[in-house]
Design a protein around this ligand. Sequence first.
Ligand code: PLP
Length: 367
Amino acid sequence: MKYFDNSATTKISEKSLASYINATEQYFNPSSLYQPSSHTKSIIETIREYFLKFLHADKNSTIIFTGCATEGNNSVLSNCIIRKDKKYIFSAGEHSSIYVPAKKFLEAGFNVIFVPLKENGSIDEEKLLQEIDDNVAFVSIIHVSNETGAINDIETLTKKIKAINPNILVHSDGVQALGKLDINLKHLGVDFYTISAHKINGPKGIGALYIAHPNKFKPFLIGGEQEMSLRAGTENFPAIVAFKTALSDLKIHDYSKHKQAILNELKVDFVLVSQNECVDNIISLCFKNVRGETILHMLEAKGYLIGTGSSCNSKAKFNRVLANIVSNEYLSGAVRISFGSEITIDDCTKLGIELNNAVTEYIKRIK
Ligand code: PLP
């Protein structure tokens, strides 16, 4: 099987796995008072410093290790959405771990606004800035779309938002940006930033949340003093170690030739959603009057694993992010292909041929 769904998750690297297994030997609870425990605790603190440096974090900021990016995203919303007389703004392209809780706040009577996307998949900046006023408390804009690969220019947007109202707290979900873009949190100027290990060849079940002003942060998980009392729960020491190994091994790859090799083989009718201002490890394609799910299974039978969009939404009836971008006749025909370092250009050419064959056969069948 050739794996082309690296935006859903990645295979843990040998190095990350080895460091995980090795760290399980140090099974002591980092909060206990004996030396082996304080040793694990001090390793966690060294790793925290490494992350802060790697991400160019502001001084006085911190990161906390979380169980996943979903937890990080949920924690940010529970910290920032408090008053019903304030306004809360989201891009329409947020991952479901932001979108679903934001919808719940809306249903509970909070003033929640979703700003639409442009055709290239990034947030409509003009419409966003029209919404920003003295009453806005919080804005969340995904850094790189998990559906389309579209990049939002967080640095510029944060500057413009804070120039209008410096009290607004800005969050960005960086899960799909880590390892694809150089991340400099000082430049981005955000108050919160979320990342996850399993998208960068690290283990599943470990994420991190950047918090620019930890003294104002209220823990989402309570009942313990771990993570500087910002996140209760015994630290997942092996996963934290393995996340650091994956992070220190990160290389930004150029997949533009891979992407082109697939596109070269497609003779059928489709919309290329991932065009300019996109990371090149994701291609989102929408075929006309086709069911993406059927194409996925046809390719699986040929030995290729691809996605139909975000795997967190794979059971949804329609793709709410792509609905901002493509017309109805293309919407059900969405497929998402995402590369990892083991994929060759030759693999991409072969996938492109099989994809073209599958769509052609599908169209023939339904005629
Ligand atoms: N945010 C984005 C953009 C994602 O792609 C994902 C994973 O699919 C998440 C958040 C959730 O990450 P996790 O699986 O660590 O909860």
